[in-house]
Design a protein around this ligand. Structure first.
Ligand code: SF4
Length: 317
């Protein structure tokens, strides 16, 4: 959005042309002022060139953009909460069906896509679908943006072909770890927790991560140093979910808070967590939550319990 803003805008114009939409809405968190500035400047440029507005270049097609500066709620990344937020309502998740393509923004059919998808559209149009599909591996075609945190020697944002070995990302692009690291949290707060001994088993694509019990998600990588207690990390995940929960369904609204309480108590008193009770809580979150926030929390928690059983054992009965 900041370095190649026109790719996203062109992808949106093309999507609008194909589905017959006149408006494209960019929903950008207010914490990313650079993205907002870059997109505003790019929109002004293409308006000047006559590529947006009424009857673009005499084609009979009209299209324009609106930027919403959103106020930092994680749940607004969920498509129906995002739509409610644009409408000025509480950003609560909606029950589907109806899906946004049937009944979306202000009850009109709406396509919601992420930036990476839309920004790829111009390449597909220019080079053809076959050329795009030739990049990648299996059903994961094209490229993926990977974001490496400050525990890498060379942190930053990299674009790699789908199917690139994770080891290449970690050791060549990232230049290895700055400090000893025991696990990487890949794919966002609700992505999988990948222990470092699994690096060589994974390639950056959806299938490889799913087959190994992880989730590629948006492929950001947050490292957990050797010195950082896993129990504290899991507690943080529950707290994060409790803080960001929209409150619509009770497994997430109540379960995230109960989980955080149990994990906190186990670290600050003689209390030991009943493993059966904890597994029940995690299962309830997994199968009973309405959206991927409550439903996604169990994955990193289960990864942690599986790969770091020895470290976590003292906190459970
Ligand atoms: S899982 Fe959480 S965020 Fe999602 S609908 Fe339920 S309460 Fe809201």
């Amino acid at each position: 959005m900041e370095e190649r803003p026109h790719s996203l805008l062109l992808g949106m114009i093309l999507a609008g042309y194909i589905i017959g939409a006149r408006h494209g809405v960019l929903y950008i968190r207010g914490e990313y002022p650079e993205s907002i500035r870059a997109q505003r400047a790019a929109i002004a440029e293409i308006r000047q060139a006559g590529y947006i507005g009424d009857n673009i270049l005499g084609s009979g097609f009209s299209f324009d953009f609106k930027i919403i500066e959103a106020q930092g709620a994680y749940i607004c990344g969920e498509e129906t909460a995002l739509l409610s937020s644009i409408e000025g309502q509480r950003p609560e998740v909606r029950v589907r069906p109806p899906y946004p393509t049937q009944q979306g923004l202000f009850n009109q059919p709406t396509v919601v896509n992420n930036v990476e998808t839309l920004a790829s559209v111009p390449f597909v149009l220019q080079h053809g679908g076959a050329a795009y599909a030739a990049i990648g591996r299996g059903r994961s075609t094209g490229t993926k943006l990977v974001c490496l945190d400050g525990h890498f020697n060379q942190p930053g944002l990299y674009e790699v072909d789908m199917g690139t070995p994770l080891a290449t990302v970690v050791h060549q692009l990232g230049g290895g770890f700055r400090h000893p690291v025991k696990a990487m949290h890949i794919g966002g707060p609700l992505g999988g927790l990948v222990p470092v001994h699994k690096i060589d088993a994974l390639t950056v694509d959806f299938e490889s991560f799913a087959q190994n019990g992880f989730l590629l998600g948006h492929a950001s990588v947050v490292c957990i140093p050797e010195s950082y207690p896993l129990i504290q990390y899991i507690e943080h995940l529950f707290e994060f979910t409790a803080h960001e929960s929209c409150g619509k369904c009770f497994p997430c609204r109540i379960g995230s808070t109960r989980g955080a309480e149990m994990l906190h108590k186990a670290q600050t008193s003689d209390y030991r967590i009943d493993r059966t009770l904890f597994d029940d809580l995690v299962e309830t979150l997994e199968i009973g939550s309405l959206c991927a926030l409550g439903g996604g929390l169990p994955l990193p928690v289960k990864n942690a319990l599986m790969y770091f059983e020895g470290e976590l054992k003292p906190y459970f009965t």
